[in-house]
Design a protein around this ligand. Structure first.
Ligand SMILES: [Zn+2]
Length: 57
């Protein structure tokens, strides 16, 4: 079984294994965008926020 959704960036079909967990990061195979699992049930994905590592010194 697999979870299916559409890439929010390029609308490509995305299929992930059903042991995928919330907040899991992955890359769209079509456009290479970094995506995150926003919710598993219902299965929803969205663009991953850019992590800024600018904590200063
Ligand atoms: Zn995409």
């Amino acid at each position: 079984m697999a979870l299916n959704a559409q890439c929010p960036v390029c609308d490509a079909e995305i299929s992930l294994p059903d042991d995928t967990v919330k907040d899991e990061l992955f890359e769209c195979e079509e456009c290479g965008s970094e995506l995150v699992v926003a919710s598993v049930n219902p299965f929803e994905i969205e663009e991953a926020p850019e992590i800024e590592e600018d904590w200063g010194e």
